[in-house]
Design a protein. Structure first.
Length: 226
């Protein structure tokens, strides 16, 4: 179970008694940092634990004393806790995925009615910002592009424009929506494309920036194609 307790908690007491609170030596700083991270982890995971009992258990383990609860019973408790955490996490994930899917469906439905929007059978939508005069991009070509990616609410999650450096990749190695759009574009084209979840990252998303079942918007400018 990835609670990070065994090594971390043992190291926490390596500097001596907990109440000593040595935060000046390197060992003390490390011990405090590890302990603080563990406490923060408990809070973020919303784990209902008794801190004093946790400290006692660490002291027992670090001092090689007989545990107050048998190791077999502890394994049973931790396994049940892990199962509970996983069940709760999946339920929360499924809830977010369902909400995102509904939002994506609504966004794509409203977006397709906007002026200049082209809607393809796959569900991909795009509008031409600037029309290029270069050659057509082949489905297996290596292209150099500038792009900006955002969620349907406008929150930007990535931008080569902002970095000031374009990216290079093969068309058939990116997400489906990009493949379909790029194979219709010419060098010099600048499009804004709108992708439903199944043409983007689907129900898996791309954590932490992109959640499950999110519709995405990309500005793509094709610089070259080989």
């Amino acid at each position: 179970m990835k609670l990070g307790l065994s090594l971390a908690m043992a190291t926490l007491l390596a500097a001596g008694p907990v109440l000593a609170q040595d935060t000046t030596s390197e060992k003390g700083k490390l011990s405090y940092a590890i302990g603080y991270q563990i406490g923060k982890d408990f809070t973020e995971r919303k784990m209902d634990v008794d801190v004093n009992t946790v400290i006692r258990a660490v002291q027992d383990a670090y001092g090689k004393r007989t545990p107050a609860i048998s190791e077999e019973k502890m394994r049973e408790i931790l396994t049940a806790f892990q199962t509970k955490m996983m069940t709760e996490a999946k339920a929360e994930y499924d809830k977010v995925a369902a909400t995102n899917k509904a939002n994506a469906t609504r966004f794509m439905s409203e977006n397709k009615t906007k002026k200049g929007m082209v809607v393809l059978p796959s569900g991909l939508q795009y509008r031409v910002i600037e029309e290029g005069t270069g050659k057509q991009v082949a489905p297996t070509a290596e292209v150099t592009v500038h792009y900006r990616g955002s969620l349907s609410d406008g929150l930007e999650f990535d931008s080569s424009f902002a970095r000031g450096e374009p990216v290079k990749f093969k068309v058939n190695e990116v997400i489906k929506g990009w493949q379909e759009a790029l194979s219709r574009m010419k060098v010099g084209d600048h499009w804004q494309i709108f992708l439903p979840p199944d043409l983007a990252y689907g129900d898996r998303g791309q954590p932490p920036r992109i959640g499950p079942n999110q519709a995405l918007v990309f500005d793509i400018k094709v610089i070259s194609s080989n």
